[in-house]
Design a protein around this ligand. Structure first.
Ligand SMILES: Nc1ncnc2c1ncn2[C@@H]1O[C@H](COP(=O)(O)OP(=O)(O)OP(=O)(O)O)[C@@H](O)[C@H]1O
Ligand SMILES: [Mg+2]
Length: 267
């Protein structure tokens, strides 16, 4: 396996996966750079979530390679790893439908994200030793700092149940930041957000990149967010590559326009 070049954090090469007779992803390639906010767009059913699931190893592709430069600085072929291993390399995800534990407080939900890094043994935690208590305090402090950064620390002790959608998305982001990510991948973060919340979310994404020095891969159906926030965008349809470029270039691309207007042919 070739090492990734300096600025590349994720490299997808010739990725394919089929479900029955449907080629959900068809020989797709693109690269994401370090510190980049990158968008993957396409109409409904284009294959975006499938690509996402291949990156996180939730699906195993039939063909192709997905290389990632881990936070330990090593190039890793993700397709040879398991779902739970990927997070330890610094690749974290959020879900298309927010997945939080509604019966727990906002702070507790965020702390769950930090547990991936816990140094104390399970036995230590179970007996609540001095070391594990100190570690817990450190994680609490970190979680509160993240919630403050996202502007929702005043709600930390509230239950997740009943929180507005915009807040739920921020809690999910806070949880992913606890894992000290190198790359955060977000599946349709703007879905369910109103215009004002979408604008606020775009601001938060830029701030996260700056403060946490990470890359962000957005998988989006909604054009507003991607055009506003992404450095570069890759457009796909019927699982196939259409174009890659700046938001301006993508907006002007006749192939992309045809795909969104539904005049494209799958063949
Ligand atoms: N687990 C699965 N089993 C069978 N077919 C699937 C599965 N997952 C995806 N597909 C099919 O693969 C194609 C791509 O679906 P995918 O969900 O990746 O699209 P998408 O771009 O995320 O769409 P949306 O904008 O609606 O979220 C579709 O034809 C879909 O029906
Ligand atoms: Mg999808």
């Amino acid at each position: 396996m070739d090492e990734l070049q300096n600025k590349t954090v994720l490299s997808i090469q010739d990725l394919s996966i089929s479900f029955g007779g449907i080629k959900a992803v068809d020989h797709l390639s693109f690269d994401v750079d370090e510190g980049e906010i990158f968008g993957l767009i396409g109409p409904n059913g284009a294959g975006k979530t499938t690509v996402f699931n291949c990156i996180t190893q939730f699906y195993k592709p039939n063909h192709g390679s997905i290389r990632f430069k881990s936070k330990q600085g090593k190039t890793i072929e993700l397709t040879t790893h398991k779902v739970h291993e990927v997070i330890g390399y610094g690749l974290v995800r959020t879900f298309q439908n927010v997945e939080l534990i509604k019966e727990l407080s906002i702070l507790d939900n965020v702390l769950i994200g930090g547990h991936i890094d816990f140094k104390t043994s399970f036995i230590g935690q179970a007996f609540n030793t001095k070391k594990s208590k100190a570690e817990e305090a450190l994680y609490r402090q970190e979680a509160i700092e993240i919630l403050t950064f996202l502007g929702i620390a005043d709600r930390k002790d509230w239950l997740v149940y009943g929180q507005p959608y915009g807040i739920l998305k921020k809690i999910e982001l806070a949880r992913s930041l606890m894992c000290k990510p190198k790359l955060i991948i977000l599946d349709e973060p703007a879905a369910g957000l109103n215009d004002l919340e979408t604008l606020d979310f775009a601001k938060v994404i830029r701030q996260i990149r700056q403060r946490y020095n990470c890359s962000i891969l957005l998988v989006e159906h909604d054009m507003r967010l991607v055009m506003d926030v992404c450095d570069r965008i890759c457009a796909i349809n019927f699982g196939k590559f259409l174009a890659v470029g700046t938001p301006g270039q993508i907006q002007k691309s006749p192939t992309v326009q045809a795909a969104y207007l539904g005049t494209e042919n799958p063949a």
